[in-house]
Design a protein around this ligand. Structure first.
Ligand SMILES: N[C@@H](CCC(=O)N[C@@H](CS)C(=O)NCC(=O)O)C(=O)O
Length: 216
């Protein structure tokens, strides 16, 4: 097996794929590609230049959702993270899409970017934008809290890609010095802790600490 994951450890989308790879016990190597500082050859793999991308032999794939779905289909003998019937698969895909396209623009691209990455890219933190994003996140916390109801996990009451996709965004939010309020969203905070204590996430946190230290 020769899986190569291109990306940088602090990206929530790279973390999502790495968590899948670890949970599925698939070996891979990682090649560092920094967003907005990609080498020219990387655009042959991903014309958008974004991370992550995955190389499996002759096959190159882009986008974390596409990559996670590929891993699920290519390695059916590994633990299933994407659901076992049509309804589950659709619900998991929905939460993944929700996290990637509704939560990420606020938690990662605004809070994390401004508070942590902006300085290293020669710009300053736009705190007004951060505050606006934090305000907009409230309705997403409310929705996700309500969706968890009395379950430990988002779909089928077992650990899936839906949980990874949501919890990976909270990691970037916490790197941006923001935490979810346990008084307002107790179920969501308990869910976050449940996912973060998993061996997969713990292993990633120690690896990410090196990169984070370089930025602070
Ligand atoms: N939908 C994509 C989003 C990937 C993404 O936006 N990655 C960011 C880093 S977190 C990136 O590469 N940004 C650089 C750019 O847009 O040029 C996925 O899930 O892989």
């Amino acid at each position: 097996m020769s899986l190569i994951l291109y990306g940088a450890s602090l990206s929530p989308f790279v973390r999502k794929v790495r968590a899948c790879l670890i949970e599925k016990k698939l070996d891979y190597t990682m090649e560092l590609i920094l967003p907005r500082n990609q080498p020219d050859w990387y655009f042959d793999i991903n014309p958008l230049g974004r991370i992550p991308a995955l190389r499996d032999g002759d096959l190159d794939l882009c986008d974390s959702a596409v990559i996670c779905a590929y891993l699920e289909n290519k390695y059916p003998e590994t633990v299933s993270l994407c659901g076992t019937d049509a309804a589950e698969r659709a619900r998991i895909a929905w939460f993944e899409k929700y996290a990637d396209y509704e939560v990420a623009p606020l938690a990662t691209f605004t809070v994390f970017f401004n508070r942590i990455l902006a300085k290293s890219m020669g710009s300053s933190c736009d705190e007004a934008a951060v505050q606006k994003a934090l305000g907009k996140l409230v309705r997403h916390y409310d929705y996700l809290e309500q969706q968890l109801a009395d379950n430990d996990y988002f779909v089928g009451n077992r650990f899936t890609l839906a949980d990874i996709a949501v919890a990976t965004q909270w990691v970037n939010l916490s790197y941006g010095q923001e935490v979810l309020d346990a008084d307002k969203w107790p179920k969501l905070v308990a869910h976050q802790q449940r996912i973060w204590v998993r061996e997969s996430f713990q292993a990633l946190f120690s690896d990410e600490a090196k990169m984070l230290a370089r930025l602070s």
